[in-house]
Design a protein around this ligand. Structure first.
Ligand code: ADP
Ligand code: MG
Length: 600
Protein backbone atom coordinates (compact mmCIF):
# COMPACT_ATOMS: atom_id res chain seq x y z
CA UNK A 1 0.00 0.00 0.00
CA UNK A 2 1.38 3.34 -0.97
CA UNK A 3 2.20 5.66 1.89
CA UNK A 4 2.43 8.68 -0.33
CA UNK A 5 -0.97 10.32 0.30
CA UNK A 6 -0.40 14.03 0.76
CA UNK A 7 -0.07 15.14 4.41
CA UNK A 8 -3.26 16.50 5.98
CA UNK A 9 -1.74 18.25 8.95
CA UNK A 10 -0.43 21.72 8.18
CA UNK A 11 0.83 24.57 10.32
CA UNK A 12 -1.66 27.41 10.15
CA UNK A 13 -0.52 30.66 8.58
CA UNK A 14 0.31 33.30 11.14
CA UNK A 15 -2.64 35.58 10.47
CA UNK A 16 -5.02 32.66 11.05
CA UNK A 17 -3.21 31.78 14.27
CA UNK A 18 -3.59 35.35 15.41
CA UNK A 19 -7.26 35.36 14.58
CA UNK A 20 -7.75 32.25 16.67
CA UNK A 21 -5.80 33.79 19.53
CA UNK A 22 -7.88 36.91 19.13
CA UNK A 23 -10.90 34.84 20.05
CA UNK A 24 -9.49 34.59 23.56
CA UNK A 25 -8.30 38.13 24.01
CA UNK A 26 -10.60 40.25 21.87
CA UNK A 27 -14.23 39.61 22.41
CA UNK A 28 -15.69 43.05 21.90
CA UNK A 29 -14.76 46.73 21.90
CA UNK A 30 -14.41 46.67 25.67
CA UNK A 31 -11.58 44.14 25.41
CA UNK A 32 -9.79 46.31 22.83
CA UNK A 33 -10.08 49.30 25.12
CA UNK A 34 -8.82 47.29 28.06
CA UNK A 35 -5.73 46.02 26.21
CA UNK A 36 -4.82 49.40 24.74
CA UNK A 37 -5.24 51.31 28.00
CA UNK A 38 -3.23 48.67 29.84
CA UNK A 39 -0.45 49.15 27.32
CA UNK A 40 -0.55 52.90 27.85
CA UNK A 41 -0.33 52.43 31.62
CA UNK A 42 2.55 49.99 31.21
CA UNK A 43 4.29 52.59 29.06
CA UNK A 44 4.30 54.92 32.06
CA UNK A 45 1.67 57.33 30.72
CA UNK A 46 0.28 59.95 33.07
CA UNK A 47 -2.37 61.09 30.61
CA UNK A 48 -4.54 58.72 28.61
CA UNK A 49 -7.16 59.79 26.16
CA UNK A 50 -9.77 57.41 24.79
CA UNK A 51 -11.94 58.36 21.82
CA UNK A 52 -14.78 56.12 20.76
CA UNK A 53 -17.30 55.89 17.95
CA UNK A 54 -20.31 53.60 17.70
CA UNK A 55 -19.71 52.11 21.11
CA UNK A 56 -16.15 51.32 20.06
CA UNK A 57 -17.17 49.13 17.13
CA UNK A 58 -16.27 51.72 14.50
CA UNK A 59 -13.43 53.34 16.45
CA UNK A 60 -11.33 52.93 19.53
CA UNK A 61 -8.42 55.33 19.72
CA UNK A 62 -6.14 55.40 22.71
CA UNK A 63 -3.54 58.13 22.97
CA UNK A 64 -0.93 58.29 25.72
CA UNK A 65 2.08 60.32 26.79
CA UNK A 66 4.13 57.26 27.71
CA UNK A 67 7.62 56.20 26.68
CA UNK A 68 6.71 55.43 23.08
CA UNK A 69 8.44 52.99 20.75
CA UNK A 70 11.47 53.14 18.49
CA UNK A 71 11.53 51.81 14.93
CA UNK A 72 12.60 48.29 15.88
CA UNK A 73 9.98 47.99 18.58
CA UNK A 74 7.35 49.20 16.21
CA UNK A 75 8.25 46.59 13.64
CA UNK A 76 7.80 43.89 16.28
CA UNK A 77 4.78 45.28 18.07
CA UNK A 78 2.24 43.39 15.93
CA UNK A 79 4.13 40.12 16.07
CA UNK A 80 2.55 37.43 18.24
CA UNK A 81 4.23 36.78 21.58
CA UNK A 82 6.33 39.87 21.14
CA UNK A 83 6.60 41.78 24.38
CA UNK A 84 8.98 44.06 26.19
CA UNK A 85 7.57 43.05 29.56
CA UNK A 86 8.91 39.54 30.06
CA UNK A 87 12.34 38.16 29.29
CA UNK A 88 12.03 34.58 30.41
CA UNK A 89 9.69 32.21 32.18
CA UNK A 90 10.91 33.18 35.64
CA UNK A 91 9.59 36.68 35.07
CA UNK A 92 6.10 35.19 35.14
CA UNK A 93 6.57 34.69 38.88
CA UNK A 94 6.44 38.39 39.59
CA UNK A 95 4.57 40.25 36.90
CA UNK A 96 4.40 43.91 37.79
CA UNK A 97 2.99 45.19 34.49
CA UNK A 98 -0.61 44.89 33.38
CA UNK A 99 0.34 43.15 30.13
CA UNK A 100 2.87 40.37 29.64
CA UNK A 101 1.50 37.92 27.12
CA UNK A 102 2.51 39.84 24.00
CA UNK A 103 -0.75 38.89 22.32
CA UNK A 104 -2.94 41.95 22.32
CA UNK A 105 -1.64 43.99 19.42
CA UNK A 106 -1.19 40.94 17.20
CA UNK A 107 -4.71 39.74 18.00
CA UNK A 108 -6.39 43.09 17.54
CA UNK A 109 -4.47 43.71 14.30
CA UNK A 110 -5.75 40.45 12.86
CA UNK A 111 -9.41 41.36 13.28
CA UNK A 112 -9.51 45.13 12.65
CA UNK A 113 -7.82 48.01 10.85
CA UNK A 114 -5.14 49.26 13.19
CA UNK A 115 -2.85 52.26 12.92
CA UNK A 116 -0.09 52.66 15.45
CA UNK A 117 1.77 55.94 15.74
CA UNK A 118 4.51 56.28 18.31
CA UNK A 119 7.35 58.55 19.23
CA UNK A 120 9.88 57.69 21.86
CA UNK A 121 11.26 60.57 23.90
CA UNK A 122 14.68 60.45 22.28
CA UNK A 123 13.31 60.99 18.76
CA UNK A 124 12.30 64.13 16.95
CA UNK A 125 9.50 62.68 14.93
CA UNK A 126 6.98 59.88 15.21
CA UNK A 127 6.76 56.58 13.35
CA UNK A 128 3.74 54.87 11.97
CA UNK A 129 2.83 51.28 11.19
CA UNK A 130 -0.47 49.84 10.00
CA UNK A 131 -2.02 46.43 10.37
CA UNK A 132 -5.07 45.71 8.29
CA UNK A 133 -6.57 42.39 9.31
CA UNK A 134 -3.17 40.81 9.69
CA UNK A 135 -1.34 42.42 6.77
CA UNK A 136 1.31 44.60 8.29
CA UNK A 137 2.80 47.64 6.55
CA UNK A 138 6.34 48.93 6.82
CA UNK A 139 7.36 51.58 9.32
CA UNK A 140 7.31 55.14 8.03
CA UNK A 141 8.05 58.52 9.52
CA UNK A 142 5.26 60.92 10.37
CA UNK A 143 4.83 63.96 12.54
CA UNK A 144 3.52 63.57 16.07
CA UNK A 145 4.01 64.27 19.76
CA UNK A 146 5.90 61.98 22.15
CA UNK A 147 3.91 58.99 23.24
CA UNK A 148 1.75 56.52 21.42
CA UNK A 149 -1.62 56.44 19.76
CA UNK A 150 -3.34 53.28 18.64
CA UNK A 151 -6.36 53.58 16.42
CA UNK A 152 -8.58 50.53 15.97
CA UNK A 153 -11.27 50.80 13.30
CA UNK A 154 -14.06 48.47 12.21
CA UNK A 155 -13.64 45.69 14.70
CA UNK A 156 -14.25 42.23 13.18
CA UNK A 157 -14.72 43.74 9.69
CA UNK A 158 -13.03 40.60 8.33
CA UNK A 159 -14.65 38.10 10.71
CA UNK A 160 -18.41 38.38 10.08
CA UNK A 161 -19.12 35.49 12.46
CA UNK A 162 -17.67 37.48 15.36
CA UNK A 163 -19.14 40.74 14.28
CA UNK A 164 -22.59 39.18 14.45
CA UNK A 165 -22.14 38.64 18.17
CA UNK A 166 -21.60 42.30 18.91
CA UNK A 167 -24.53 44.01 20.57
CA UNK A 168 -26.01 47.40 19.87
CA UNK A 169 -23.57 50.31 20.09
CA UNK A 170 -25.14 51.52 23.34
CA UNK A 171 -24.64 48.12 24.97
CA UNK A 172 -21.06 47.91 23.78
CA UNK A 173 -20.46 51.44 25.00
CA UNK A 174 -21.76 50.44 28.42
CA UNK A 175 -19.22 47.67 28.64
CA UNK A 176 -16.44 49.91 27.41
CA UNK A 177 -17.26 52.46 30.07
CA UNK A 178 -17.35 49.82 32.78
CA UNK A 179 -13.81 48.81 31.78
CA UNK A 180 -12.66 52.41 31.65
CA UNK A 181 -14.19 53.35 34.97
CA UNK A 182 -12.48 50.46 36.66
CA UNK A 183 -9.13 51.31 35.10
CA UNK A 184 -9.50 54.98 35.95
CA UNK A 185 -10.23 54.09 39.58
CA UNK A 186 -7.42 51.55 39.73
CA UNK A 187 -4.73 53.84 38.38
CA UNK A 188 -4.12 56.70 40.73
CA UNK A 189 -1.58 59.06 39.21
CA UNK A 190 -2.97 58.68 35.71
CA UNK A 191 -5.39 61.16 34.15
CA UNK A 192 -8.16 59.92 31.85
CA UNK A 193 -10.28 61.65 29.26
CA UNK A 194 -12.98 59.72 27.50
CA UNK A 195 -15.12 60.83 24.56
CA UNK A 196 -17.78 59.07 22.53
CA UNK A 197 -18.81 60.47 19.14
CA UNK A 198 -16.69 63.51 20.05
CA UNK A 199 -18.68 64.17 23.22
CA UNK A 200 -17.02 64.04 26.60
CA UNK A 201 -18.08 61.03 28.63
CA UNK A 202 -15.95 61.37 31.73
CA UNK A 203 -12.54 62.45 32.83
CA UNK A 204 -10.40 62.30 35.92
CA UNK A 205 -7.28 64.29 36.64
CA UNK A 206 -3.96 62.61 37.30
CA UNK A 207 -3.74 64.17 40.76
CA UNK A 208 -7.04 62.76 42.01
CA UNK A 209 -7.01 60.10 44.68
CA UNK A 210 -9.38 57.13 44.78
CA UNK A 211 -12.15 58.95 46.62
CA UNK A 212 -11.99 61.95 44.33
CA UNK A 213 -12.16 59.62 41.34
CA UNK A 214 -15.18 57.80 42.73
CA UNK A 215 -16.86 61.13 43.31
CA UNK A 216 -16.07 62.35 39.80
CA UNK A 217 -17.29 59.18 38.13
CA UNK A 218 -20.21 58.14 40.32
CA UNK A 219 -21.20 61.40 41.96
CA UNK A 220 -20.98 63.10 45.32
CA UNK A 221 -24.13 61.46 46.64
CA UNK A 222 -22.45 58.09 46.59
CA UNK A 223 -19.02 59.34 47.62
CA UNK A 224 -20.46 60.96 50.74
CA UNK A 225 -21.84 57.70 52.06
CA UNK A 226 -18.56 55.81 51.80
CA UNK A 227 -16.58 54.59 54.75
CA UNK A 228 -12.85 54.03 54.36
CA UNK A 229 -11.33 50.57 54.72
CA UNK A 230 -7.70 50.26 55.62
CA UNK A 231 -5.53 47.40 56.63
CA UNK A 232 -2.09 45.95 56.26
CA UNK A 233 -0.82 42.51 56.93
CA UNK A 234 2.24 40.57 55.95
CA UNK A 235 3.08 42.63 52.92
CA UNK A 236 -0.53 43.09 51.83
CA UNK A 237 -2.14 46.49 52.02
CA UNK A 238 -5.86 47.09 51.67
CA UNK A 239 -7.20 50.53 50.94
CA UNK A 240 -10.66 51.42 49.78
CA UNK A 241 -14.20 52.40 50.53
CA UNK A 242 -17.47 50.62 51.29
CA UNK A 243 -20.99 51.97 50.87
CA UNK A 244 -23.86 51.36 53.28
CA UNK A 245 -25.71 48.08 52.73
CA UNK A 246 -28.90 49.75 51.56
CA UNK A 247 -27.11 51.05 48.46
CA UNK A 248 -26.48 47.52 47.24
CA UNK A 249 -27.50 46.96 43.62
CA UNK A 250 -28.62 44.21 41.36
CA UNK A 251 -25.39 44.25 39.37
CA UNK A 252 -21.73 44.45 40.29
CA UNK A 253 -21.04 47.62 38.30
CA UNK A 254 -20.09 49.40 41.52
CA UNK A 255 -18.21 46.62 43.17
CA UNK A 256 -14.56 46.79 42.29
CA UNK A 257 -11.36 45.16 43.33
CA UNK A 258 -7.98 46.33 42.20
CA UNK A 259 -4.77 44.46 42.68
CA UNK A 260 -1.61 46.43 42.14
CA UNK A 261 -3.54 48.72 39.84
CA UNK A 262 -5.20 45.89 37.93
CA UNK A 263 -9.00 45.71 38.01
CA UNK A 264 -10.10 42.19 38.87
CA UNK A 265 -13.28 40.22 38.66
CA UNK A 266 -12.28 37.43 40.90
CA UNK A 267 -14.55 34.90 42.55
CA UNK A 268 -12.61 34.76 45.79
CA UNK A 269 -12.73 38.53 46.09
CA UNK A 270 -16.48 38.62 45.38
CA UNK A 271 -16.96 36.12 48.16
CA UNK A 272 -14.96 38.30 50.49
CA UNK A 273 -17.27 41.24 49.81
CA UNK A 274 -20.32 39.03 50.37
CA UNK A 275 -18.91 37.88 53.68
CA UNK A 276 -18.02 41.40 54.72
CA UNK A 277 -21.65 42.44 54.26
CA UNK A 278 -23.05 39.25 55.68
CA UNK A 279 -26.05 39.87 57.88
CA UNK A 280 -26.50 43.42 56.64
CA UNK A 281 -27.90 42.67 53.22
CA UNK A 282 -31.52 42.07 52.47
CA UNK A 283 -31.68 39.61 49.57
CA UNK A 284 -29.18 38.68 46.88
CA UNK A 285 -27.90 42.17 46.19
CA UNK A 286 -24.43 43.33 45.29
CA UNK A 287 -22.83 45.73 47.75
CA UNK A 288 -21.11 48.84 46.49
CA UNK A 289 -17.41 48.79 47.36
CA UNK A 290 -14.14 50.00 45.89
CA UNK A 291 -11.19 48.06 47.21
CA UNK A 292 -7.55 48.24 46.27
CA UNK A 293 -4.97 45.67 47.26
CA UNK A 294 -1.28 46.16 46.92
CA UNK A 295 1.12 43.34 47.48
CA UNK A 296 4.36 41.88 46.27
CA UNK A 297 3.69 40.47 42.77
CA UNK A 298 5.33 37.25 44.02
CA UNK A 299 2.29 36.56 46.17
CA UNK A 300 -0.10 36.21 43.30
CA UNK A 301 -0.31 34.42 39.97
CA UNK A 302 -1.89 36.66 37.35
CA UNK A 303 -1.38 34.22 34.51
CA UNK A 304 -4.49 32.09 34.98
CA UNK A 305 -6.90 33.86 32.68
CA UNK A 306 -6.41 35.16 29.12
CA UNK A 307 -8.03 38.46 30.01
CA UNK A 308 -6.14 38.52 33.30
CA UNK A 309 -9.33 39.31 35.23
CA UNK A 310 -8.87 36.44 37.65
CA UNK A 311 -5.82 35.68 39.69
CA UNK A 312 -4.64 33.07 42.11
CA UNK A 313 -3.39 34.12 45.50
CA UNK A 314 -0.69 32.02 47.01
CA UNK A 315 -2.06 32.40 50.53
CA UNK A 316 -5.80 32.43 50.05
CA UNK A 317 -6.96 31.40 53.47
CA UNK A 318 -5.10 34.01 55.46
CA UNK A 319 -5.97 36.68 52.98
CA UNK A 320 -9.66 35.77 53.21
CA UNK A 321 -9.94 36.14 56.96
CA UNK A 322 -7.96 39.32 57.08
CA UNK A 323 -9.91 41.04 54.33
CA UNK A 324 -13.32 39.91 55.58
CA UNK A 325 -12.60 41.29 59.03
CA UNK A 326 -11.45 44.64 57.74
CA UNK A 327 -14.53 44.89 55.55
CA UNK A 328 -16.91 43.94 58.34
CA UNK A 329 -15.55 46.66 60.57
CA UNK A 330 -15.93 49.24 57.84
CA UNK A 331 -19.41 48.11 56.84
CA UNK A 332 -20.49 48.39 60.47
CA UNK A 333 -19.29 51.99 60.44
CA UNK A 334 -21.44 52.92 57.45
CA UNK A 335 -24.63 54.80 58.09
CA UNK A 336 -27.17 52.05 58.51
CA UNK A 337 -30.06 54.47 58.88
CA UNK A 338 -32.81 52.54 57.23
CA UNK A 339 -35.56 54.18 55.29
CA UNK A 340 -38.75 54.46 57.36
CA UNK A 341 -40.41 51.77 55.35
CA UNK A 342 -38.03 49.04 56.43
CA UNK A 343 -38.13 50.35 59.97
CA UNK A 344 -41.81 49.56 60.06
CA UNK A 345 -41.23 46.22 58.46
CA UNK A 346 -39.01 45.37 61.41
CA UNK A 347 -41.73 46.35 63.82
CA UNK A 348 -44.21 44.15 62.03
CA UNK A 349 -41.86 41.23 62.11
CA UNK A 350 -41.38 41.56 65.83
CA UNK A 351 -45.11 41.85 66.42
CA UNK A 352 -45.84 38.70 64.50
CA UNK A 353 -43.00 36.89 66.20
CA UNK A 354 -44.46 37.84 69.54
CA UNK A 355 -48.01 36.90 68.70
CA UNK A 356 -46.79 33.51 67.55
CA UNK A 357 -45.59 32.76 71.04
CA UNK A 358 -47.84 30.57 73.17
CA UNK A 359 -49.41 32.02 76.28
CA UNK A 360 -46.79 31.94 78.95
CA UNK A 361 -47.93 30.83 82.35
CA UNK A 362 -45.59 32.95 84.41
CA UNK A 363 -46.37 36.62 84.06
CA UNK A 364 -43.16 37.47 85.83
CA UNK A 365 -41.19 35.71 83.16
CA UNK A 366 -42.91 37.24 80.19
CA UNK A 367 -40.57 38.25 77.44
CA UNK A 368 -40.04 41.89 76.73
CA UNK A 369 -42.91 43.28 74.76
CA UNK A 370 -42.51 43.01 71.03
CA UNK A 371 -42.43 46.59 70.01
CA UNK A 372 -40.76 48.81 72.49
CA UNK A 373 -40.51 52.15 70.85
CA UNK A 374 -36.93 52.69 71.88
CA UNK A 375 -35.81 49.59 70.08
CA UNK A 376 -36.78 50.06 66.46
CA UNK A 377 -35.79 53.67 66.71
CA UNK A 378 -32.38 52.54 67.80
CA UNK A 379 -31.90 51.61 64.18
CA UNK A 380 -31.27 55.29 63.53
CA UNK A 381 -28.50 55.22 66.08
CA UNK A 382 -28.58 58.94 66.70
CA UNK A 383 -31.93 60.46 67.09
CA UNK A 384 -34.48 58.38 68.94
CA UNK A 385 -34.54 58.57 72.69
CA UNK A 386 -37.21 58.10 75.29
CA UNK A 387 -38.80 61.28 76.46
CA UNK A 388 -37.36 61.83 79.90
CA UNK A 389 -38.82 64.72 81.81
CA UNK A 390 -36.09 67.27 82.38
CA UNK A 391 -36.48 69.96 85.02
CA UNK A 392 -37.52 72.42 82.38
CA UNK A 393 -40.03 69.98 80.96
CA UNK A 394 -41.29 69.21 84.46
CA UNK A 395 -41.87 72.87 84.92
CA UNK A 396 -44.35 72.71 82.10
CA UNK A 397 -46.81 70.82 84.24
CA UNK A 398 -47.36 74.05 86.09
CA UNK A 399 -49.45 76.10 83.77
CA UNK A 400 -47.06 78.69 82.40
CA UNK A 401 -47.76 81.24 79.78
CA UNK A 402 -44.73 80.36 77.68
CA UNK A 403 -45.44 76.64 77.71
CA UNK A 404 -46.21 75.63 74.13
CA UNK A 405 -48.03 72.58 75.49
CA UNK A 406 -50.44 74.58 77.56
CA UNK A 407 -51.97 76.36 74.62
CA UNK A 408 -54.89 73.99 74.33
CA UNK A 409 -54.10 73.09 70.74
CA UNK A 410 -51.80 70.40 71.99
CA UNK A 411 -54.11 67.65 70.90
CA UNK A 412 -54.97 68.98 67.49
CA UNK A 413 -54.61 66.12 65.07
CA UNK A 414 -54.21 64.75 62.64
CA UNK A 415 -52.69 61.62 64.03
CA UNK A 416 -51.21 58.84 62.07
CA UNK A 417 -51.59 55.30 63.29
CA UNK A 418 -48.82 52.98 62.23
CA UNK A 419 -49.11 49.23 62.31
CA UNK A 420 -52.08 49.56 64.69
CA UNK A 421 -49.42 50.06 67.31
CA UNK A 422 -47.86 53.49 67.08
CA UNK A 423 -49.43 56.89 67.04
CA UNK A 424 -47.57 59.68 65.31
CA UNK A 425 -48.26 63.33 65.79
CA UNK A 426 -46.45 66.53 64.97
CA UNK A 427 -45.19 68.71 67.80
CA UNK A 428 -44.14 72.33 67.56
CA UNK A 429 -40.49 71.25 67.66
CA UNK A 430 -40.51 67.84 66.06
CA UNK A 431 -42.75 64.83 66.29
CA UNK A 432 -43.74 62.17 68.73
CA UNK A 433 -44.35 58.48 68.45
CA UNK A 434 -46.61 56.99 71.07
CA UNK A 435 -46.91 53.30 71.81
CA UNK A 436 -50.66 53.17 72.12
CA UNK A 437 -50.63 50.00 74.11
CA UNK A 438 -48.02 51.12 76.62
CA UNK A 439 -49.85 54.38 77.14
CA UNK A 440 -53.20 52.70 77.56
CA UNK A 441 -51.66 50.27 79.99
CA UNK A 442 -50.48 53.18 82.08
CA UNK A 443 -53.94 54.74 81.92
CA UNK A 444 -55.65 51.52 83.01
CA UNK A 445 -53.19 50.98 85.78
CA UNK A 446 -53.59 54.51 87.13
CA UNK A 447 -57.37 54.15 86.91
CA UNK A 448 -57.40 50.89 88.85
CA UNK A 449 -55.00 52.28 91.41
CA UNK A 450 -57.21 55.30 91.99
CA UNK A 451 -60.24 53.06 92.48
CA UNK A 452 -58.26 50.89 94.87
CA UNK A 453 -57.28 53.96 96.87
CA UNK A 454 -60.93 54.94 97.12
CA UNK A 455 -61.56 51.48 98.56
CA UNK A 456 -63.65 50.11 95.77
CA UNK A 457 -62.64 48.68 92.45
CA UNK A 458 -65.45 48.96 90.00
CA UNK A 459 -66.50 45.49 88.97
CA UNK A 460 -68.27 44.38 85.85
CA UNK A 461 -70.53 41.54 86.95
CA UNK A 462 -71.18 38.68 84.61
CA UNK A 463 -74.69 37.38 84.05
CA UNK A 464 -73.39 33.87 83.63
CA UNK A 465 -70.20 32.96 85.46
CA UNK A 466 -67.32 31.89 83.32
CA UNK A 467 -66.12 28.43 84.29
CA UNK A 468 -62.39 27.83 84.08
CA UNK A 469 -61.01 24.29 84.22
CA UNK A 470 -57.77 23.86 86.18
CA UNK A 471 -55.97 21.06 87.98
CA UNK A 472 -56.88 20.16 91.54
CA UNK A 473 -53.64 21.71 92.84
CA UNK A 474 -54.26 24.90 90.99
CA UNK A 475 -57.81 25.25 92.28
CA UNK A 476 -56.49 24.49 95.77
CA UNK A 477 -53.80 27.15 95.53
CA UNK A 478 -56.11 29.80 94.14
CA UNK A 479 -58.84 29.12 96.66
CA UNK A 480 -56.63 30.51 99.42
CA UNK A 481 -56.45 33.93 97.75
CA UNK A 482 -59.99 34.56 96.61
CA UNK A 483 -60.47 37.37 99.09
CA UNK A 484 -57.38 39.20 98.01
CA UNK A 485 -58.49 38.85 94.42
CA UNK A 486 -61.90 40.25 95.27
CA UNK A 487 -60.14 43.34 96.63
CA UNK A 488 -58.81 44.11 93.20
CA UNK A 489 -62.11 43.39 91.52
CA UNK A 490 -61.69 39.79 90.52
CA UNK A 491 -64.68 37.93 91.88
CA UNK A 492 -64.30 34.17 91.70
CA UNK A 493 -65.45 31.09 93.58
CA UNK A 494 -64.51 27.44 93.66
CA UNK A 495 -67.09 25.66 91.54
CA UNK A 496 -65.79 22.11 91.74
CA UNK A 497 -62.58 20.26 92.51
CA UNK A 498 -61.14 21.29 89.16
CA UNK A 499 -63.27 24.31 88.30
CA UNK A 500 -63.18 28.00 89.18
CA UNK A 501 -66.15 30.24 88.41
CA UNK A 502 -65.48 33.87 87.53
CA UNK A 503 -68.39 36.15 88.39
CA UNK A 504 -66.87 39.53 87.76
CA UNK A 505 -63.79 41.40 86.58
CA UNK A 506 -62.60 44.98 87.06
CA UNK A 507 -64.61 47.15 84.72
CA UNK A 508 -61.42 48.63 83.37
CA UNK A 509 -60.34 45.16 82.28
CA UNK A 510 -63.63 44.32 80.67
CA UNK A 511 -62.07 43.23 77.46
CA UNK A 512 -59.81 40.66 79.06
CA UNK A 513 -60.77 37.03 78.85
CA UNK A 514 -61.57 35.64 82.30
CA UNK A 515 -59.95 32.30 81.63
CA UNK A 516 -56.61 33.80 80.68
CA UNK A 517 -56.72 36.14 83.66
CA UNK A 518 -57.35 33.19 85.95
CA UNK A 519 -54.56 31.22 84.42
CA UNK A 520 -52.17 34.11 84.75
CA UNK A 521 -53.17 34.45 88.41
CA UNK A 522 -52.67 30.75 88.97
CA UNK A 523 -49.18 31.08 87.63
CA UNK A 524 -48.53 33.93 90.04
CA UNK A 525 -49.89 32.00 92.98
CA UNK A 526 -48.10 28.79 92.07
CA UNK A 527 -44.76 30.52 92.21
CA UNK A 528 -45.04 29.63 95.87
CA UNK A 529 -44.66 33.09 97.25
CA UNK A 530 -47.32 34.90 99.16
CA UNK A 531 -49.64 36.80 97.00
CA UNK A 532 -48.30 40.35 96.70
CA UNK A 533 -50.26 43.21 98.19
CA UNK A 534 -53.07 44.58 96.10
CA UNK A 535 -51.14 47.29 94.27
CA UNK A 536 -48.42 44.96 93.18
CA UNK A 537 -50.91 42.29 92.32
CA UNK A 538 -52.61 44.74 90.02
CA UNK A 539 -49.32 45.60 88.44
CA UNK A 540 -48.54 41.96 87.90
CA UNK A 541 -51.96 41.37 86.51
CA UNK A 542 -51.58 44.22 84.08
CA UNK A 543 -48.28 42.84 83.04
CA UNK A 544 -49.84 39.46 82.41
CA UNK A 545 -50.44 38.32 78.91
CA UNK A 546 -54.18 38.38 79.39
CA UNK A 547 -54.25 42.09 80.06
CA UNK A 548 -51.54 43.03 77.70
CA UNK A 549 -53.36 41.53 74.81
CA UNK A 550 -56.57 43.20 75.85
CA UNK A 551 -55.41 46.76 76.22
CA UNK A 552 -55.52 48.54 72.94
CA UNK A 553 -52.92 46.35 71.40
CA UNK A 554 -53.40 46.17 67.69
CA UNK A 555 -56.60 48.21 67.74
CA UNK A 556 -57.43 50.43 64.88
CA UNK A 557 -58.19 53.78 66.48
CA UNK A 558 -60.21 56.68 65.12
CA UNK A 559 -58.86 60.21 65.31
CA UNK A 560 -61.29 60.81 68.19
CA UNK A 561 -60.15 57.76 70.11
CA UNK A 562 -56.54 58.73 69.70
CA UNK A 563 -57.25 62.24 70.85
CA UNK A 564 -59.12 61.02 73.89
CA UNK A 565 -56.37 58.57 74.78
CA UNK A 566 -53.71 61.27 74.60
CA UNK A 567 -55.84 63.76 76.51
CA UNK A 568 -56.64 61.34 79.30
CA UNK A 569 -53.02 60.33 79.56
CA UNK A 570 -51.89 63.93 79.75
CA UNK A 571 -53.91 64.31 82.94
CA UNK A 572 -51.98 61.55 84.65
CA UNK A 573 -49.20 62.40 86.97
CA UNK A 574 -46.91 60.14 85.10
CA UNK A 575 -47.52 59.11 81.55
CA UNK A 576 -44.03 58.82 80.14
CA UNK A 577 -43.65 55.15 80.85
CA UNK A 578 -45.95 52.19 81.21
CA UNK A 579 -46.28 50.64 84.68
CA UNK A 580 -43.18 48.60 84.00
CA UNK A 581 -40.90 51.41 83.09
CA UNK A 582 -40.98 51.08 79.34
CA UNK A 583 -41.35 54.37 77.56
CA UNK A 584 -44.78 55.22 76.24
CA UNK A 585 -43.46 57.73 73.80
CA UNK A 586 -40.39 58.77 71.92
CA UNK A 587 -39.85 62.24 70.64
CA UNK A 588 -37.75 63.42 67.76
CA UNK A 589 -36.77 67.04 67.97
CA UNK A 590 -35.97 69.05 64.89
CA UNK A 591 -32.34 68.83 65.94
CA UNK A 592 -32.57 65.03 65.93
CA UNK A 593 -34.02 65.14 62.44
CA UNK A 594 -31.34 67.47 61.19
CA UNK A 595 -28.73 65.10 62.48
CA UNK A 596 -30.43 62.07 60.99
CA UNK A 597 -30.56 63.71 57.58
CA UNK A 598 -27.00 65.02 57.77
CA UNK A 599 -28.18 68.58 57.59
CA UNK A 600 -25.58 69.34 60.18
P1 ADP B 1 2.05 42.99 26.05
O1 ADP B 1 1.36 44.20 26.54
O2 ADP B 1 1.53 41.76 26.67
O3 ADP B 1 3.53 43.09 26.10
P2 ADP B 1 0.98 43.81 23.53
O4 ADP B 1 0.69 43.07 22.29
O5 ADP B 1 -0.16 44.48 24.20
O6 ADP B 1 1.69 42.82 24.52
O7 ADP B 1 2.06 44.87 23.24
C1 ADP B 1 3.29 44.45 22.66
C2 ADP B 1 4.42 45.41 22.99
O8 ADP B 1 4.20 46.65 22.34
C3 ADP B 1 4.49 45.78 24.45
O9 ADP B 1 5.25 44.83 25.17
C4 ADP B 1 5.17 47.13 24.40
O10 ADP B 1 6.54 47.00 24.35
C5 ADP B 1 4.70 47.72 23.10
N1 ADP B 1 3.60 48.66 23.30
C6 ADP B 1 2.30 48.42 23.09
N2 ADP B 1 1.57 49.52 23.36
C7 ADP B 1 2.43 50.49 23.73
C8 ADP B 1 2.29 51.86 24.14
N3 ADP B 1 1.10 52.45 24.22
N4 ADP B 1 3.40 52.55 24.45
C9 ADP B 1 4.62 51.97 24.39
N5 ADP B 1 4.82 50.69 24.00
C10 ADP B 1 3.73 49.94 23.69
MG1 MG C 1 -0.60 44.61 26.27
Amino acid sequence: MALSSSPRIRELPEHVRNQIAAGEVVERPASVVKELVENAVDAGATEIRVDLAEGGIRLVKVTDNGVGMGAEDLALAFRPHATSKLQDASDLEHVASLGFRGEALASIGSVARVRLISRSRDRDGALRIDNEGGSISGVREVGGPPGTSVEVRDLFYNVPARRKFLKRASTELGRVLDVLQRLALAQEGVGFQVTHEKKRVFDVEASMDLLARIQRIFGADLAQTLQPVEGAREGIRLHGYVAPPHLARRDTSRQMWFLNGRPLKDRLLSRIVKQGYHGFLDGPKQPVAFLALSMDPQGVDVNVHPQKAEVRFRDERHLFGFLVNRLKEAVARTDMATPGESLLRRVERRESMASAQPTLPDPGALPARPAQPAEPLGVYEVPGRPYVPTPEREARSEPAAQDPWARGDEFQGPYLQVNKTYLLRALPDGFEIVDQHALHERLTFEGLKAQLARGKVEVQQRLVPELVELTRDEVQALSEHLEALADIGIEATVFGPTTIAVHGLPALLQRSRPDTIVRDLVALVMRGQNLPEAGELLEDLLHSRACRSSIMAGDELSQGEIRSLLERASKLEHDQTCPHGRPTRVRFTLADLEKAFHRR
